[in-house]
Design a protein around this ligand. Structure first.
Ligand SMILES: [Mg+2]
Length: 360
């Protein structure tokens, strides 16, 4: 029996331009172009939805964009700000997915097959992620939900901006049948023309072709199209990194001197961290408590043991001991953090093999 996978593709809407509009009120509700200057040889890196109404799109030359919309605002990119937003978004992804595969700063595939939060509903998870992204970054994302990467990616584009589009397993083939071939991943103008020449305009047309005949037209990519036309895509979601640590921190609205109050906050952090550890089946051997005092000086205290921590109460027991090794209770504290690291390796391998089995 094969397990039905649950894949989400999240894509930020007009990412660079949205960050600029978020950070500068003067840019809001206006055609905005992030990239080169209008009189330069630069290209459009991103543009706001207001600019898109003039037929402007990314990768277009700035000179051409200027012709289409002379009143557009042209601003240089601020990659530092985009990276910062991207980091926050990825942290949210990691709370819900066992595997996160970023495609760029603003786009990623998530495998939520084994996620238990939101009743295990991928649609609810996608909705929750969109909400958290908006709360944490002030930015809007679109999400596509399906049973493989191919369909999830197309789905995220169906309802933009602020979209949430679901392609259920039983609807996969019918969904693909009505897709124009240019929507298929990897189809640029050249391939599109090649397919059109053969009378292949939609997924349905593709479906009518045998493997062998497709091979004559498409060569090595024939197999991909043959399967895609049937709504099939076995590629696993591959994390680009192995998680090395997982933690949470809280900055208090008012500095805290009371040790019991601090303990309560630390315990809450432990609960949150523990939930994520469970969701991702991570078993840390090291716990680190961070305390930042009111003068911004900070200390960390760690505890490592041979046996990995597998439940919350084990972690909770260590917190007062670590807190005692700081000056908390004698000095006002503005922030505490709890980080787990040094994960047990056996579990990672098991995950990987599970992924591979699913992929076959
Ligand atoms: Mg995007």
């Amino acid at each position: 029996m094969t397990i039905q996978r649950k894949i989400i593709h999240v894509d930020m809407d007009a990412f660079f331009a949205s960050v600029e509009q978020r950070d500068n009120p003067d840019y809001r509700d206006k055609p905005l172009i992030v990239g080169g200057q209008p009189n330069s040889r630069g290209v459009v890196a991103a543009c706001s939805y207001e600019a898109r109404e003039f037929g402007i799109h990314s990768a277009m030359s700035c000179a051409q964009a200027f012709k289409r919309c002379p009143q557009a605002l042209f601003v240089p990119p601020r990659f530092e700000a985009y990276r910062e937003a991207s980091k926050l978004i990825r942290e949210i992804f990691w709370c819900y997915a066992v595997q996160v595969e970023p495609l760029s700063l603003d786009e990623a595939y998530l495998d939520v097959t084994y996620t238990e939060s939101c009743d295990g509903s991928a649609t609810k998870i996608a909705q929750r992620i969109k909400e958290e992204i908006l709360t944490e970054t002030g930015l809007v994302a679109s999400a596509g939900v399906s049973y493989n990467k191919f369909l999830a990616k197309i789905a995220s584009d169906m309802d933009k901006p602020d979209g949430l589009y679901v392609v259920r397993p039983e609807a996969g083939e019918a969904f693909v049948a009505m897709l124009p071939v240019k929507k298929f991943y990897g189809v640029g103008p050249a391939t599109e023309a090649k397919l059109h020449k053969q009378g292949i305009y939609t997924g349905k047309d593709l479906h009518n072709w045998s493997r062998e005949d497709l091979q004559q037209v498409l060569g090595r990519s024939a197999e991909y199209f043959y399967l895609a036309a049937r709504g099939i895509d076995h590629r696993p979601v591959k994390s680009s990194r192995v998680r090395k640590s997982l933690g949470k921190e809280t900055t208090f609205a008012k500095d805290i001197l009371d040790i019991d109050e601090l303990l309560q906050h630390a315990t809450k952090l432990a609960e949150k961290v523990s939930l994520q550890l469970n969701a991702q089946e991570l078993m840390p051997k090291t716990i680190t408590l961070k305390v930042k005092y009111d003068d911004f000086k900070q200390v960390t205290r760690s505890f490592t043991r041979q046996q990995p921590f597998t439940n919350l109460s084990d972690i909770e027991v260590q917190i007062p001991k670590l807190l005692q090794q700081t000056e908390a209770g004698q000095r006002a504290v503005r922030l505490i953090g709890l980080t787990t690291s040094n994960f047990d390796q056996g579990e990672d391998d098991q995950h990987l093999s599970e992924q591979l089995t699913l992929g076959l």
